[in-house]
Write a protein that binds this ligand. Structure first.
Ligand SMILES: [Zn+2]
Length: 111
């Protein structure tokens, strides 16, 4: 398994990159998505809010393909079947209709 899943229980809290401590989700900003150099994606069950080219290149389907067929979208599956070597997924519960936000972060190979 190339990814590690972390559940962040508080959906209203900022999401901090463990590598550089930048707030990737910063609720004090109007543009609350602030990707850092380690950010691979910010996605909801319904679609992508941000994706890095390096991660999209490792996914089984492109973002365009995924959005074109979003009636059969399983976002978590799309994100976890990518061949990107080592990454972290921080999942937060949106508190509506069992929806989640997923934030992908590239982590160094050894730790
Ligand atoms: Zn970072």
């Amino acid at each position: 398994m190339s990814y590690q899943l972390i559940q962040q229980p508080d959906a209203d809290a900022n999401v901090i990159c463990p590598c550089c401590q930048q707030a990737i989700i910063d609720w004090s900003q109007e543009q609350y998505i602030q990707p850092c150099e380690h950010t691979l994606f910010v996605a909801l069950d319904l679609g992508f809010e941000y994706i890095a080219d390096v991660f999209e290149a490792t996914m089984a389907r492109s973002v365009d393909e995924i959005h074109a067929h979003d009636d059969q979208l399983n976002m978590f599956q799309e994100l976890t079947t990518a061949s990107f070597p080592h990454y972290l997924i921080i999942r937060t519960d949106l508190g509506v209709q069992d929806l989640s936000r997923y934030i992908g972060i590239a982590v160094p190979e050894s730790n």
